[in-house]
Design a protein around this ligand. Structure first.
Ligand SMILES: Cc1cc2nc3c(=O)[nH]c(=O)nc-3n(C[C@H](O)[C@H](O)[C@H](O)COP(=O)(O)OP(=O)(O)OC[C@H]3O[C@@H](n4cnc5c(N)ncnc54)[C@H](O)[C@@H]3O)c2cc1C
Length: 349
């Protein structure tokens, strides 16, 4: 969120300093599965339909622009999503989901087992039904972060400081005027808080504001040779995301584990059990890696984006399960809010 917002601001003419305590993408944004699940992530939430679809639609042009700006291909592919059912009650829920999505003008098809296997031959034989969401897509999050950093490094308006921990917000009266680092106070017309799951822990952020808390997710990366799985597959207990080159990202857990960045036996067991139940041939794939990180979650589920109750402070945090999907629209919203505030002269922002 920080890098994408900085790039959007710089493109609109603002001078930006990005402060990152480690390296950009050290946390959730590189750990994500990269599903642009505008439809599969809706779960009947009417209020998210327009935003999620707009966010997904923004991705094609953004991926091309990032490639031009950085030389890095972020792996944007409209690979579609299959949500599969293995039992009659799950199939009934899929039928309801298809009706709900179609009445909102979204493309969604209810498939029987044969049609589902035509789209994804590697599906388990016991699948009884599936929903196909052909417009949902994916990107490769580590590649996205590389592209963002390369684009920021090439921008004459951006200073990127790694290893720079924000020790506190600088507040004068009721206005945020910048941040304190270990070696200096940095003053700015606008400060964007984009510290992911740590956003509520930055000293100076009012404790009365909605709290951003970590929800841990674990991932297992498989290496399938030769690559066989083509579609993103969601089952009742997890998902598999084939990158197309043999890498298959399997996820994920949803755990309240504070900031314990662990991969646990139970987590790996649950993820592989869920993945193999949908795509049994993954059982012969090599385990290529595993990791965990923290989804920034705000009680109530709504991300915190744009201007805040404190003048001079803007928010880009709390995107929970969908921060990759929402990164471009968030960056644009943040840049718009910053530049609209107090009619800032972009060259001084
Ligand atoms: C396992 C997993 C799977 C996911 N899958 C998907 C998916 O498929 N699709 C999707 O859309 N989303 C997915 N997400 C969610 C997505 O990753 C997040 O919503 C998004 O990456 C959050 O971005 P962020 O910039 O807010 O946080 P982060 O990427 O965590 O970045 C916050 C940054 O702030 C830095 N920081 C913190 N405190 C300070 C400080 N005081 N000073 C300086 N720097 C600081 C950190 O070092 C970090 O780099 C997934 C998340 C997880 C964990």
């Amino acid at each position: 969120m920080g890098c994408a917002s900085a790039l959007a601001l710089a493109e609109k003419g603002a001078n930006v300093v990005v402060l990152e305590r480690a390296v950009p993408g050290a946390e959730a944004s590189s750990a994500a599965a990269g599903i642009l699940g505008a439809q599969v992530e809706l779960h009947g939430r009417e209020e998210d339909v327009a935003l999620f679809v707009r966010a997904r639609d923004a991705w094609g042009p953004w991926a091309r622009a990032l490639r031009e700006a950085s030389g890095v291909d972020v792996g944007h592919r409209v690979s579609g999503v299959l949500r599969v059912a293995c039992a009659a009650d799950e199939a009934a829920a899929l039928e309801d989901e298809v009706k709900w999505q179609r009445t909102r003008g979204l493309r969604a098809d209810l498939l029987g087992p044969d049609q589902a296997h035509e789209i994804e031959p590697e599906l388990a034989p016991h699948i009884v039904a599936a929903v196909h969401l052909p417009d949902d897509a994916q990107v490769d999050p580590p590649a996205l972060l590389r592209a963002l950093v390369a684009a920021l490094a090439r921008s004459p308006r951006v200073t990127l400081r790694t290893g720079a921990t924000v020790e506190r917000l600088l507040v004068e009266g009721d206005r945020c005027v910048g941040v304190r680092l270990s070696d200096m106070d940095l003053y700015a017309d606008a400060t964007v808080l984009a510290a992911g799951s740590w956003s509520s822990l930055v000293p100076g952020v009012p404790s009365t504001w909605p709290q951003v808390r970590p929800v841990r997710g674990q991932i297992v990366l498989l290496d399938e040779r030769p690559p066989r799985v083509r579609s993103i597959v969601f089952g009742a207990r997890g998902y598999v995301v084939p990158r197309g080159d043999g890498r298959v990202v399997c996820g994920s857990t949803m755990e309240h584990a504070d900031f314990r960045k662990e991969v646990t036996a139970a987590g790996v067991h649950a993820i592989l059990e869920g993945a193999l139940a949908c795509v049994p041939s993954l059982g012969s794939a090599q385990v290529a890696g595993m990791w965990s990180n923290f989804r920034p979650h705000v009680e109530g589920g709504q991300a915190l984006v744009g201007s805040s109750a404190m003048a001079g402070l803007f928010l880009a945090t709390g995107h929970y399960r969908n921060g990759i999907l929402l990164s471009k629209v968030t960056a644009d919203a943040v840049a718009g809010a910053v530049l609209a505030s107090a009619a800032l002269d972009p060259s001084t922002a």
